[in-house]
Ligand binder design. Structure first.
Ligand code: AMP
Ligand code: GLY
Length: 419
C-alpha cells in the first residue's frame, strides 16, 4: 500500500522511517517533508495546512492512507475534510483535536471527569484577571487558551510577573486570539513525563514513556523551545505509576471524549507531572510529540501500518503492541540563536558515516537539499537518536555521533538523558 504523511519535522521523519520498515508498504509520500525524509519517501511541495491542495493530491495519486503528524492541520479540520471526500486518514477530527487546541476545553474536561490536574480558574477579561492574581499563591502559572507555538505558558513568581504576563497575553495580544481567554493555574512540581498513546475512539494503548528537555540551555536554563532532546524510558515512570495513570488519567480521558460525543481516534499525548500527591495531567496534545516520537518509535517492534489500520477500524483491543527493552536518547542539533533568531543555509557535514552505524538514526527536521548538498533550513535541524542497553550507553553513543555531525553555529544541550 501507499501512505501519505503530512508534516516536515523530526517527528514526521521518525513516522516515515518506521512506516518504511513495514513490508506492507510500497511507497511513501510526504508533504512537505525535508531532506532526510526525501531519502525514503517522495516529498511533495504542498504546505501541511493547505488542505484543499492535499485533498487534490490524494485524489490524483494512488494513496491508500494519510497520516497527519503535526497539530495545525488537525485543528483546521483536515480529518473531517478527508472523511467527507471519502479518503482514509489517521488522526483526530477537529472536535477531538480541541484537547490540544483549547486549554480551557481540556481543563474543563479534566474537571468534569475527575482527572487529576492542577487547580485552575478560567478568566475571560483583564479586570477579573488582575483581581484574581491579587489573591492567589505564588508561583502561579498563566496560560493562553489557544495554540501559541508552545510559548503560551508563563510561570510567574511574583504579582508583578503575573501582571506582566496578563498584559502580554490579554492586552498586547502576543499570541493573537489564542490569548482572548486565559487559564490561571496552581504551580506543580515534580518530574515531567510524556506518555503518547494509540487511540481508536474507544480503546487506548499507551506507548513507552519519554522525557523531554524543553529549555534551550543546559541545566534547564534559557528559553522554552519545541524540545532540545528526549530519552525513553523515564526512570521515574514506574510500573506502579503507569497503572495509576491508566486508571486515573488515560482510560478516563478516552471515555470522557466518547461521552462528550467527540471520540478520539489518533495519537493522544499526555504531558504528566509526577507530584508527591500522585501523577497529574498538565496538558494533552493531539499528535505524536517532537522529539518524543524520535525516541519512542525506534523502540516499537510492532508494524506501525498495522497499528494505524487497527486504530482506524476501531479494533485496537485486538492487537498486541510490543516494545524493545532497550533505551533511546535523542539529542537535537539546533541552529545557534534558536528559538529566537538564527541563520539558515549552512552545509551539514558528517551525515554519511552515521548511516553505517546500526544504533544511530539521524532524524532530519529543518534541512533541505541545495546544489546536491544538505543544508540547514530551520531552528531545530536534526535529532540524533542512539539505541543502547541503558540510557547511559545510548547517551554516550548519541554524543559520539553529535561530535561527528557539524554545521556552522551548531547548538545542542550536553545534558540530555542525565536527569
Ligand atoms: P503545557 O503547554 O501546559 O504543557 O505547559 C508547558 C510547560 O509549562 C510544561 O511542560 C511545564 O514545564 C510547565 N507547566 C505547565 N503547567 C504547569 C503547572 N501547573 N505547574 C508547573 N509547571 C507547569
Ligand atoms: N515535545 C513536546 C511536544 O511535542 O509538544
Amino acid at each position: 500500500m501507499n501512505i501519505f504523511v503530512i508534516g516536515s519535522g523530526g517527528r514526521e521523519h521518525a513516522i516515515v522511517w518506521k512506516l518504511a520498515k513495514s513490508n506492507k508498504i510500497d511507497k511513501i509520500y510526504c508533504a512537505p517533508g525535508n531532506a532526510g525524509i526525501a531519502e525514503i519517501a517522495q516529498c511533495v511541495d504542498i504546505s501541511a495546512t493547505d488542505i484543499n491542495k492535499l485533498v487534490e493530491f490524494v485524489k490524483n495519486n494512488p494513496i491508500d492512507l494519510t497520516v497527519v503528524g503535526m497539530d495545525d492541520p488537525l485543528m483546521l479540520g483536515i480529518v473531517d475534510t478527508f472523511e467527507k471526500e471519502g479518503l482514509k486518514i489517521f488522526g483526530p477530527r477537529q472536535n477531538a483535536a480541541i484537547i490540544e487546541g483549547s486549554k480551557i476545553f481540556s481543563k474543563e474536561l479534566m474537571k468534569k471527569y475527575n482527572i487529576p490536574t492542577a487547580e485552575y480558574a478560567v478568566i475571560e477579561d483583564v479586570v477579573s484577571a488582575k483581581e484574581y492574581i491579587n489573591n492567589c499563591e505564588y508561583p502561579v502559572v498563566i496560560k493562553a487558551d489557544g495554540l501559541a507555538l508552545g510559548k503560551g505558558v508563563l510561570i510567574c513568581n511574583t504579582l508583578e510577573e503575573a501582571k506582566e504576563a496578563i498584559n502580554t497575553i490579554m492586552i498586547d495580544k502576543k499570541f493573537g486570539d489564542a490569548g482572548n481567554k486565559i487559564v490561571i493555574e496552581e504551580f506543580l512540581t515534580g518530574p515531567e513525563v510524556s506518555v503518547l498513546s494509540f487511540c481508536d475512539g474507544e480503546n487506548i494503548i499507551p506507548m513507552v514513556s519519554a522525557q523531554d528537555h524543553k529549555r534551550a540551555l543546559d541545566g534547564d536554563k534559557g528559553l522554552n523551545t519545541g524540545g532540545m532532546g528526549t530519552f525513553s524510558p523515564s526512570k521515574y515512570y514506574t510500573e506502579e505509576i503507569h497503572k495509576e495513570c491508566i486508571k486515573t488519567i488515560f482510560t478516563p480521558s478516552i471515555k470522557a471524549m466518547k461521552r462528550e460525543g467527540r471520540p478520539f481516534r489518533g495519537i493522544m499525548f499526555f504531558g504528566l507531572m509526577l507530584t508527591d500527591k500522585g501523577p497529574k495531567l498538565l496538558e494533552y496534545n493531539a499528535r505524536f510529540g517532537d522529539p518524543e516520537a524520535q525516541v519512542v518509535l525506534p523502540r516499537l517492534k510492532t508494524d506501525l501500518v498495522e497499528i494505524f489500520e487497527y486504530a482506524i477500524e476501531g479494533r485496537l483491543n485486538e492487537i498486541n503492541i510490543e516494545w524493545d527493552n532497550k533505551a533511546t536518547v535523542c539529542v537535537v542539533l539546533a541552529s545557534g540563536g534558536y528559538p529566537v533568531k538564527y541563520d539558515k543555509g549552512y552545509e551539514i557535514k558528517g551525515l554519511e558515516i552515521q548511516k553505517q552505524k546500526e544504533d544511530i538514526i539521524v532524524f532530519h527536521a529543518g534541512t533541505k537539499k541545495e546544489n546536491n548538498k544538505i543544508v540547514t533550513n530551520g531552528g531545530r535541524v536534526l535529532g540524533i537518536t542512539a539505541i543502547g542497553n541503558d540510557i547511559n550507553e545510548a547517551r554516550e553513543k548519541a554524543y559520539n555521533a553529535v561530535k561527528e555531525v557539524d554545521f556552522s553555529n551548531k547548538h545542542f544541550r550536553s545534558d540530555i538523558g542525565i536527569k
